[in-house]
Design a protein around this ligand. Structure first.
Ligand SMILES: Nc1ncnc2c1ncn2[C@@H]1O[C@H](COP(=O)(O)OP(=O)(O)OP(=O)(O)O)[C@@H](O)[C@H]1O
Ligand SMILES: [Mg+2]
Length: 243
């Protein structure tokens, strides 16, 4: 697929929760097109709906209205497993299966070659000998990178990251940020990442999306969104976060 076509699209996504008589709209008419080779950072106050939007993209939750379109086809036309292979979701806290790192990669894809495993270890900045280590013996930063390598083992086109460094210390955060950039620049994935930190969005992101009260308020190159927002709500967010 050429880079001039979106790999993933949101069309008028809404999500209502709560009682049918008095639902609460937590995602409100979200539309956007995502292209390969870019990191999209979702910013916004706590409770804005960032995670709720992300979860709709691989059907961890279902929209109340609107569509997700992956590779030109509605997400609801894919068997959930196939959709989740194409649109991978990395959980904030890494859960690895018992056994070695190699076992974990083989569990995700039993046809994976040794070359591809070595490549995934390189991309995720792990040491080559990590393949034979027991997953339980790894640090949380290593586990998070193995979880990412395992996600990549199924060759997704889109990766969803919800605050992937929230549980990590600053040195490991830097490492993961480097890996995230590589997913877009080297692997040509579309990376959708929620972050609480505008500074992190500046380090990692290409495009920024500001979400407030379930709505997409403003989007654009992340430097512009963070440093020179165009909307009043964008300016209020910047003033609160950057001062
Ligand atoms: N299943 C649910 N039932 C009821 N309310 C929900 C449900 N899921 C999310 N919400 C509410 O929807 C709103 C958006 O939540 P969401 O977790 O998407 O926000 P967020 O932007 O990711 O916040 P944070 O930055 O704190 O992670 C919040 O008010 C939350 O309480
Ligand atoms: Mg969240």
């Amino acid at each position: 697929m050429s880079d001039s076509r979106p790999i993933l699209e949101a069309r008028g996504l809404c999500r209502d929760v709560g009682p049918a008589k008095a639902p609460k709209r937590i995602v409100d008419d979200f539309s956007f097109q995502f292209y390969p080779g870019k990191v999209y950072t979702f910013l916004g106050p706590s409770g804005a709906g960032k995670s709720s939007i992300l979860r709709l993209f691989n059907r961890l939750d279902e929209p109340s209205a609107g569509d997700v379109v992956f590779q030109g086809k509605p997400a609801c036309d894919y068997p959930p497993c196939d959709l989740r292979t194409g649109v991978g979701y990395l959980f904030q806290v890494p859960y690895l299966f018992p056994g070695t790192v190699r076992d974990n990669l083989l569990f995700a894809n039993d046809n994976i070659t040794n070359e591809r495993m070595a490549e995934l270890i390189r991309i995720t900045e792990l040491e080559p000998n990590v393949l034979d280590r027991d997953s339980e013996s790894l640090s949380v930063g290593q586990k998070q990178r193995v979880a990412l390598a395992r996600l990549l083992a199924t060759d997704p086109k889109v990766v969803l990251l919800d605050e992937p460094t929230a549980a990590l210390d600053p040195t490991i955060t830097e490492r993961i940020e480097t890996v995230i950039r590589k997913l877009a620049t080297e692997q040509k994935l579309a990376v959708l990442m929620v972050s609480h930190h505008p500074q992190q969005a500046l380090r990692v992101g290409d495009e920024g999306l500001l979400i407030v009260a379930g709505r997409l308020i403003e989007h654009g190159p992340v430097q512009q969104l963070v440093n020179a927002p165009q909307t009043d709500q964008g300016k209020r967010y910047r003033d609160r976060e950057l001062t």
